[in-house]
Design a protein around this ligand. Structure first.
Ligand SMILES: [Mg+2]
Length: 158
């Protein structure tokens, strides 16, 4: 996860901090009976919808959202948090260590999409070597195929 949210003591907030806070929050309200994996997943999807509404009808927006009002950015932060908190809870009730799972996925993505495949300055011979590592159909995607014009790639993390 990028960016660190300041804690009350000025330190970084970990996924474990959030998980424990939500466990306590739910327990104090006796909401555990409602927090099945299915219910949490549906709540998460609902929050993704609310997050999407923040961007709805705005067209493409520049990084950093320089034209957004403070209230809009605050609302966006709230919706991003709703998504994260439901994701943390869903992972908890499924017995998944989200931090470890995410790190593992980043590692797998790095193997699936080696840097030398996307950087043209690296000789073609190096690209051929990386093709030997991964035989997935996605491994045949080239920089030209998936570059969206902003140097960003799309649909690479599934
Ligand atoms: Mg919300």
């Amino acid at each position: 996860m990028t960016g660190e949210v300041p804690k009350e003591d000025g330190g970084a907030v970990s996924l474990e901090d959030l998980r424990q806070k939500m466990v306590d929050f739910v327990k104090e309200r006796d909401w555990e009976k409602y927090h099945s994996p299915r219910n949490l997943l549906l709540a998460l999807v609902g929050e993704v919808g609310e997050l999407s509404e923040c961007f709805q009808w705005k067209g493409e927006v520049p990084k950093g959202l320089p034209d957004w009002k403070d209230e809009e950015k605050q609302h966006l932060g709230e919706e991003l948090s709703d998504v994260l908190l439901y994701l943390v809870q869903l992972s908890h009730y499924c017995g998944i260590d989200l931090g470890k799972a995410a790190l593992r996925k980043v590692h797998l993505n790095a193997i699936k999409h080696p840097v030398n495949r996307y950087i043209k300055s690296i000789p073609e011979e190096e690209n051929k070597k990386s093709d030997d590592v991964d035989d997935d159909d996605d491994s045949k995607i080239t920089n030209q195929d998936n570059n969206n014009g902003n140097g960003m790639t799309e649909n690479l993390q599934n």
